[in-house]
Design a protein around this ligand. Structure first.
Ligand code: 13P
Ligand code: SF4
Length: 330
């Protein structure tokens, strides 16, 4: 089947089977076009959890589908590819526990630690954070959540993205360190786990200098998963949705260089838009999902094979829900 035939079959099946389809901005164009709703991580989780259809197909990465299942356990959530975000994979519960132990050795008792996990983490890590009274945050609300978490008077352990943690600390005028960087965690407010997004590491200060030299009036727009020195030199830093909103309000003559995933930047606008890197910043896991996969997932629902369904054990769901729900309460 060619893409047009696939699309028409997908449309037929989604209505017949009462399935909603959501897609993150980083998905391939042909997959993105099939979605009932698109958004950043926070918007997708909120929309999908409230959607009244019994079945959902999530075109994104694993933690995104899991978040919906945690929030709406009665919904059947499927993913055309259970592709795991490389950053989320950098931490599991064992690493999380080891880091708590390392902090205890420096004299910071577990009771004095308030964990905050970026939504880009597994359900198990979210559950650990929930058990300790901590929070989930996304790139669009991290500052708000950290402000609330600091009210506990405890030290923040921020996992897994060191860049987001450091960027928020700089923005709020707080001190931060990355575990293992030699800085004493006793002297800082936010202790960051040493995880990162390999896609957003591609954007460098040299890329900003290159574009600024070529087009002095260009605006540099980046995602907070970029390195702190890159965000510090940017004109706007925000979540994927915040970036889209910011750009929509600019005149078309305004030149922009954007530091986030290729698929999203490529469909932003036709003119005066540059990728802030000489290397194509493609997220390998986001790019795994194809139209064929989406069609195969619908067929498996039709045939009651239910392939690639997201399941979460009740004990993990209970505590991960607490961490996610604390975010929604703020
Ligand atoms: P957003 O929440 O900004 O969409 O970010 C998700 C993500 O994985 C960015 O790399
Ligand atoms: Fe994960 Fe980075 Fe891909 Fe976002 S761009 S899904 S953080 S690997």
């Amino acid at each position: 089947m060619n893409n047009e035939e696939l699309k028409s079959e997908i449309n037929r099946l989604r209505h017949e089977l009462d399935v909603s389809i959501v897609a993150h901005f980083y998905q391939k164009d042909e997959v993105f076009d099939m979605a009932d709703f698109t958004g950043d991580s926070l918007e997708l989780a909120k929309w999908a959890a409230k959607d009244d259809k019994p079945n959902l197909i999530f075109c994104g990465v694993g933690f995104m589908g899991q978040s919906v299942k945690i929030l709406a356990p009665n919904k059947r959530v499927f993913m055309p590819k259970i592709a795991c975000c490389a950053m989320a994979k950098m931490i599991d519960v064992d690493y999380f526990d080891q880091n708590i132990k390392i902090l205890e050795k420096t004299g910071i008792a577990k009771e004095k630690i308030m964990p905050v996990t970026y939504i880009n983490s597994s359900a198990e890590v979210k559950a650990r954070v929930g058990e300790m009274g901590g929070y989930v945050c996304t790139s669009s609300n991290a500052k708000k959540i950290i402000t609330k978490a600091l009210q506990s008077g405890k030290k923040i352990l921020f996992v897994p993205d060191r860049c987001l943690g450091q960027n928020i600390a700089i923005d709020m005028g707080l001190k931060s360190c990355v575990l293992g960087d030699g800085i004493d965690p006793n002297g800082v407010d936010i202790i960051c786990y040493n995880g990162f997004c390999s896609v957003h590491q591609l954007f460098e200060i040299e890329d900003i200098e290159f574009y600024k030299q070529k087009y002095p009036d260009i605006l540099i727009i980046t995602h907070p998963e970029c390195k702190p020195e890159v965000c510090a030199k940017s004109d706007f830093v925000g979540s994927t949705s915040q970036i889209i909103k910011f750009i929509k309000e600019l005149p078309l003559e305004q030149k922009i260089a954007v530091g986030t995933e290729f698929n999203m930047v490529n469909r932003l606008r036709e003119k005066n838009t540059f990728i802030l890197s000489s290397t194509k910043p493609e997220c390998p896991t986001m790019n795994e999902t194809t139209l064929e996969d989406l069609y195969a997932t619908l067929l498996s629902i039709q045939d009651k094979r239910f392939e690639n369904e997201i399941t979460i054990s009740e004990d993990v769901r209970k505590y991960s829900y607490e961490a996610l729900n604390r975010m929604f309460e703020i």
